[in-house]
Design a protein around this ligand. Sequence first.
Ligand code: TXA
Ligand code: MG
Length: 538
Amino acid sequence: MHTQLLQPTPEGIEEAARLLREGHQVAIPTETVYGLAADGLNGTAVAGIFAAKERPIDNPLILHIADEQDWAPLVREIPENAKKLAAAYWPGPLTVILPAADCIPAEVRGGLDTVAVRFPSHPIAQAVILHAGCPLAAPSANLSGSPSPTKAARVMEDMQGRIAAVLDGGDCEVGVESTVVDLCHTPPRLLRPGGITPEMLEAVVGPIEIDDAVTHILQEGATAASPGMKYKHYAPKAQVYLVKGTPEAYARYVNAHKAPGVTALCFDEDIPHLEVPAVTYGRRDEPMEQARQIFDALRQLDEQDAQTVYAACPSLKGVGLAVYNRLIRAAAFRIINTIRVIGLTGPTGAGKSTVADAWRQLGVPVIDTDGLAREIVQPGSPCLTKLAEVFSPAVLREDGSLDRAELARRAFASPEGAQALNAITHPAIIARTQQLLEEAADSGHPVAVVDAPLLFEAGMETICHHIVAVIAPADLRQKRIMARDTLDAEAAQRRMAAQQPDSFYCRAGVSVLENTADEEALRKQAVTLWQKEEWSTP
Ligand code: TXA
Ligand code: MG
């Protein structure tokens, strides 16, 4: 098949509309990305889109309209929220999911009973829809899995010979696909972030829910609210890694890994600091610019034959969330966190929390793993389900919460039991710690503390750049434990006897803070050590 390149003249638009009316597939510009359009009420024409893109058939399409009157026949109802959002942001980069009317071909719905509708603001897109006289089904005009195209030449790269025509409308203004919000769900659920930000949605409809798949990999066995979320996406040929951390840490990391084929996908400001070839996707504090450039930058990486790409992580605020959502998929969820992690450990009663608190006062985020140990066994959590499976449903109370005493009786009955318990809880605590470290990096912290009594036992030393142990003489610890937990001397001693000796903590390379009785002195020691090591410098 020959693919015509049409110009955005009245003739070009009329020709595109004619081809569409006859059931062909034509790529058209929109304000977000180029769409691969076909008559949305003609199942055969729509099937042609899936064939041209090699798209999995269970991934539904968006219907594009060019007049607000035109959505009533496509949906079973238009709820109040939908009217408000349409009034606020249509025409524009917003797609709403509503119950589908009977006239919608199964091909468009991907087998679901809902349909996605959008009213684009691009004048050429509107003109084509109006001239074609039907709603146009249009996914992004790339081969399935490739970055979406934001200029006609990029569409040609993927679609030449596969479709009837490409209508050239220049560069797309927004650059990432529309915001998709599911209105069949209460509260409205954001399935895909785009040019209309969560804040903009909430300003109109109140609180919304952000689907987990927006920022996280879909857990095994979970069903995607939006089928498109589960597929490999936006991926260049290179292996992309998303690097989180400060600009300084990013440059340091990339330069430390320079090798043939290593390329940076970075912000304009990073260029002078990098010693490897680089493709930029806008300025660091300009998310709209990043959105406009990200897909083309991903395609440029292939042209440069990049093998390994270290991508600088955008901010998750505003439109940044949309950029992050695309990049994390381009990186197949491979994240490198450059945040410096200081591990804090030691036996109970020595003064760990005093040290943690002194550092917290310096503005350093402190992750308390004792708190996480409680958090991961909340009712309904995967960890709790696993515990019930391995030990006995008897560890669950009637209300679904954990019966700690029962679990302890069963788990600590044998060394194997204790091991089985740790094999379930330790990985969950580490995973949650990693998440919190990512969040700390996302908010610009160069360093964070992980307060972990079981740091070594849980294997957490591998995520720490440096470890600090707090120890204290036995009599002091006993006094502190008695006061803290209102225990008598004997009970405090029993607790201490169950613990590792100081030598277990004071290993090679570990900084040791010794608590000699005076709380204030310990605080001072902690702050002095922090400042001397310059842990807060990026
Ligand atoms: O900006 C855009 O939305 C572009 C331009 C061309 O308009 N189109 C676009 O389409 O990005 P596509 O097919 O690449 O992405 C549509 C997304 C997919 O993730 C799909 O799974 C989701 O919307 N989707 C479509 N219908 C859905 C439905 N009924 N329920 C849930 N998700 C749906
Ligand atoms: Mg797409």
